[in-house]
Design a protein around this ligand. Structure first.
Ligand code: NAD
Ligand code: UDP
Length: 356
């Protein structure tokens, strides 16, 4: 088993992936500045992984470092300390970044800085310390307004907002780096579709700051009574019921996708592999609302309002390549996603805040 560096490991996708990787036997160093997460998430990951009873051993398995991926001194220290402790970092899973589309339009400098400069700093530190195995969090947002449905990895990259541009720039940087030393870098670029849901225990889940931008956390906050009603952005899309269609993927399936991608990178020759991680199934906004009502037993009142700027009608993955290369495919559908999302939301109505 390997020593891994997980940037942004306290966040939504990172925390669920940390759990899967700990259960797989890997030792983890999490580097996170907690700008959009809480250390409580990782305390719960430790408990879920059954590590809390083992005291010092638990610190060996999961080491937490509060730091910024743009801080080169901090990154250097992480790699050097790991080597000096006799456990050099073998691979990095890079989740750390900013992800809110609307915020990226208002604050492009911050998005380019954290997402691109942060990735550049990390890659430079990896290169210096001879660690050239990476799994990177990319996004289906790269496809902009896709022409093909489902969307294959070969579809044109045409992002339509600064967040998407910053992810596309990192992908380009990874290509350039891989081309500069083709036999050295092992890179998996994972283009996620819509990650949602929570660990089935309800102990860890998505905890957005302020008003959620995304459908799923908004719907679950309406169901739990934190918000009055949902605004459905557009009822006149060219879809079966007029509402937008997305490919929702259970966060535990996504975490398994990272495990599979990491195993592939560690086992196979150097390469750059770009994969969609999605289910291949679309669900409309109203289908999500109904599924969540069934799972929670609560009503989710909604009003149909104008379309949101920049939205596409339908975004669904062609996940065939991930199955072919990793043997990975999603296991959970919308009902399981809503069941587990509700387990999290109902047990933690205000997320990780004001809890131990
Ligand atoms: P998240 O905000 O929950 O997690 C990101 C983590 O990175 C947080 O813990 C945050 O505190 C940390 N972080 C942010 N800036 C940092 C910095 N400068 N230094 C160190 N840590 C920093 O987001 P998530 O949903 O878990 O997303 C993880 C990754 O996946 C992101 O790169 C995101 O762009 C990408 N992604 C997310 C989605 C989605 O819908 N959630 C979709 C596609 C891609
Ligand atoms: N959506 C909505 N109301 C909301 C948030 C989202 O109707 O409050 C719709 C949105 O227009 C899209 C779908 O839900 O059709 C998924 O949106 P989300 O922001 O979760 O994901 P993305 O658009 O980034 O794929």
């Amino acid at each position: 088993m390997s020593q891994l560096l997980i940037t942004g490991g306290a966040g939504f996708i990172g925390s669920h992936t940390c759990l899967v990787l700990l259960q797989e036997g890997h030792d983890l160093i999490v580097l996170d500045d907690y700008s959009n997460s809480s250390p409580v998430a990782l305390e719960r990951v430790v408990a879920l992984a059954g590590l809390q009873a083992s005291g010092e051993r638990s610190k060996e398995r999961l080491q937490l470092i509060q730091g910024d991926i743009r801080d080169i001194t901090c990154l250097e220290k992480v790699f050097i300390d790991a080597r000096n402790a006799g456990k050099p970092i073998e691979a990095v899973i890079h989740f750390a970044g900013l992800k809110a589309v609307g915020e990226s339009v208002r604050e492009p400098l911050r998005y380019w800085d954290v997402n691109l400069t942060g990735s550049r700093c990390l890659l430079a530190a990896m290169n210096t310390h001879g660690c050239r195995t990476l799994v990177f969090s990319s996004s289906a947002t790269l496809y902009g307004y896709p022409k093909d449905e489902p969307i294959p990895e070969s579809a044109p990259i045409q992002p339509i907002n600064p967040y998407g541009h910053s992810k596309a720039a990192v992908e380009q940087l990874l290509h350039d780096l891989a081309s500069s030393a083709p036999n050295q870098w092992r890179i998996a670029c994972l283009r996620y579709f819509n990650p949602v849901g929570a660990h089935p225990s309800g102990k860890i889940g998505e905890d957005p700051l302020g008003t959620p931008n995304n459908l799923f956390p908004f719907v679950s906050q309406v169901a739990v009574g934190r918000r009055k009603s949902l605004q459905v952005f557009g009822g006149d899309w060219p879809t079966s019921d007029g509402t937008g269609v997305r490919d929702y993927i259970h966060v535990m399936d996504l975490a398994e996708g990272h495990r599979a991608a990491l195993d592939c990178m560690l086992a196979e020759p150097a390469q750059l592999l770009t994969l969609n991680l999605g289910s291949g199934q679309g669900a409309s906004v109203l289908e999500v609302v109904r599924a969540f009502e069934r799972a929670s037993g609560r009503p989710v009142p909604y009003d149909v309002v104008a379309r949101r700027n920049g939205d596409a009608a339908i975004t669904v993955a062609d996940p065939a390549m991930a199955f072919q290369r990793l043997g990975w495919q999603t296991q959970s559908g919308l009902d399981e996603i809503c069941r587990d999302g509700w387990a999290w939301q109902s047990a933690n109505p205000t997320g990780y805040s004001d809890q131990e």
